[in-house]
Write a protein that binds this ligand. Structure first.
Ligand code: BYC
Ligand code: FE
Ligand code: FE
Length: 481
């Protein structure tokens, strides 16, 4: 279905690889926009140097850089020093005569400009999305210092430069379509800081510390995966520039998710190996990550990531959908695109008991998207459990209930155990360290995070990946330290 339409007016220039800002949005054809973005660029680089990776900024890294959105251009590998990475603005090719396919504007031509009545709503969505990108780079800033291998270090840097590019993707939209307040929002994106009590990032997960690699893998597995579902919903948008931007971001996002999912799998595999070879012995005494600790890290990042979908019952999400700005996951595959006259049953707490409440579907779209996400996470957990099974171990990992440890939505006002039973807040406090990483657990993880910088070597708490990057072997010099 997607077609390249050579005649269209806007955003149709070929890729400009060699100007200050590589792009396929014809920046040279819009001098004002080009000047505004070129003025933002030094501030971005300043932020990158201050808040980007704290190691190896001056070293050659085997990185992929997008130089076009076509099959032969989006994964161009070479040695690059991170500050010289070509952060560019790339939108997926437009689809000829694309029509809005959900919500109240269904059937109308897609918006190429921001409809006045939806301006604030749209800006809020874009700013919220944008804010997560630099936040994650800030959270991961120190991790290279303790990378378990050069390949892992390289993967971290790949994720970081691409999150930087995703920020560029959103800042382009703010500058191109939102005038003065868009430019102000773009500046603010470089001022907020993950975890800073005075100027925190917008969403909860992006203010949590991520100081060890098990947490990093859980972050890319669970938190980046929220990104996949949010971007997929925005890729359906009736605001065409947003849809096309998000569509191309998703191409890069797949790597982040695979770093997380296979990363956790490699940790589980190593733990299973240690348990199998040393029956009855304490995994920590062997320098590994014990299963209860892995489970607690999963519990922490999974639940903070569940929060990123917003409240179970949300009029915001109904408004976004009605305005045709944010669709559902794979809206195109659904039989019905108005979400009217339908309900979803959601368990809520009433008079101290869990009861099911019927909610108009449009108000329950955050929860619908969360359903798709939870299913995807369950698939990954089955894969990790397969490692335990192969090692002949009876232990299994599991996702906690979506009511457990929530800070947003219906369940945030109550306490639940990992099975989803309503419990007293005092019980939750008392059992906190059983269910979530304690200070001691995190200190233990940090203690085993010793850097391994030799080519082809791997830390003792994780197994080596099955494959290298870009067809290269594991023992390739992914970072020239
Ligand atoms: N933390 O109606 P509600 C990614 C606020 S990740 C703090 O329940 P709504 C990435 C909410 O803003 C993807 N506050 O929710 C991953 C609202 O505040 P106001 C990021 C929260 O609006 C890894 C209030 O609570 N993209 O790309 O339906 C690395 C009530 O809101 C949180 C997006 O998020 C929270 N977790 O939905 C790098 C997409 N949740 O207005 C990158 C854009 C809610 O009352 N964002 N609140 O002050 C959206 O579509 C929506 O804003 C949300 C919230 C889905 C986040
Ligand atoms: Fe991203
Ligand atoms: Fe990502």
């Amino acid at each position: 279905m997607p077609e390249f339409e050579p005649g269209a007016k806007r955003n149709m220039a070929d890729v400009d690889r060699f100007s200050k800002i590589p792009n396929n949005v014809n920046l040279t054809g819009d001098k004002r926009l080009q000047r505004a973005l070129e003025a933002w660029q030094p501030a971005y680089l300043e932020w990158w140097n201050e808040m980007g990776p704290a190691l190896a900024q001056d070293k050659d890294v085997w990185l992929r850089t997008a130089i076009s959105v076509d099959a032969d251009g989006w994964a161009n590998f070479d040695y690059v020093k991170m500050p010289e990475y070509r952060w560019g603005i790339f939108l997926a090719h437009p689809i000829a005569d694309r029509k809005i396919h959900f919500g109240d504007n269904i059937g109308k031509p897609v918006f190429q400009e921001v409809p006045g009545e939806f301006r604030n709503m749209l800006r809020r969505i874009i700013v919220t999305q944008a804010d997560t990108e630099p936040a994650s780079v800030e959270q991961q800033r120190q991790l290279a210092k303790t990378a378990p291998s050069l390949l892992d270090m390289r993967n971290l840097f790949q994720v970081n430069v691409e999150e930087g590019r995703h920020l560029w993707a959103m800042v382009y939209l703010l500058h191109a379509f939102f005038g003065k307040d868009g430019r102000e929002e773009a500046d603010e994106l470089l001022r907020r800081r993950a975890g800073d009590p005075d100027k925190p990032r917008i969403l909860g997960a992006f203010n949590q510390p991520c100081h060890d690699w098990v947490s990093f893998f859980a972050f890319t597995m669970f938190t980046d995966r929220d990104g996949k579902y949010q971007l997929a919903s925005l890729a359906e948008s009736g605001f065409d520039p947003l849809a096309r931007t998000c569509k191309f971001m998703l191409t890069e996002e797949a790597h982040h998710l695979s770093v997380g999912e296979t990363g956790l799998m490699r940790v589980v595999r190593r733990t299973a190996e240690l348990m199998q070879q040393n029956p009855g012995k304490d995994v920590r005494a062997l320098g590994g990550v014990d299963l209860p600790t892995i489970q607690k890290i999963i519990n922490f990042w999974y639940t903070y990531s569940l929060d990123l979908f917003g409240g179970e019952i949300s009029s915001n999400t109904a408004d976004f959908f009605a305005a045709s700005l944010k669709g559902r996951y794979r809206e195109d595959l659904r039989a019905e695109h108005t979400a009217m006259g339908q309900v979803k049953r959601i368990p809520v707490v009433e008079d101290g008991k869990l009861v099911e409440k019927e909610v108009a579907l449009r108000n329950a779209l955050n929860e619908s998207l969360r359903d798709d996400y939870v299913e995807d996470c369950e698939r990954a957990v089955r894969r990790w459990n397969h490692e335990l099974e192969k090692a002949g171990l009876p232990d299994r990992l599991a996702l906690p209930s979506r009511r457990f440890h929530r800070h947003q939505g219906e369940y945030s006002r109550h306490a639940f155990d990992p099975a989803g039973n309503l419990i007293d807040a005092k019980v939750f406090q008392a059992r906190h360290d059983e269910w979530l990483p304690s200070e001691a657990d995190l200190a233990y993880l940090r203690s085993i995070m010793v850097p391994v910088h030799e080519i082809g070597k791997i830390a003792g708490w994780i197994s080596a990946p099955a494959r290298g990057v870009d067809g290269k072997p594991f023992d390739y010099e992914y970072v020239k330290l």
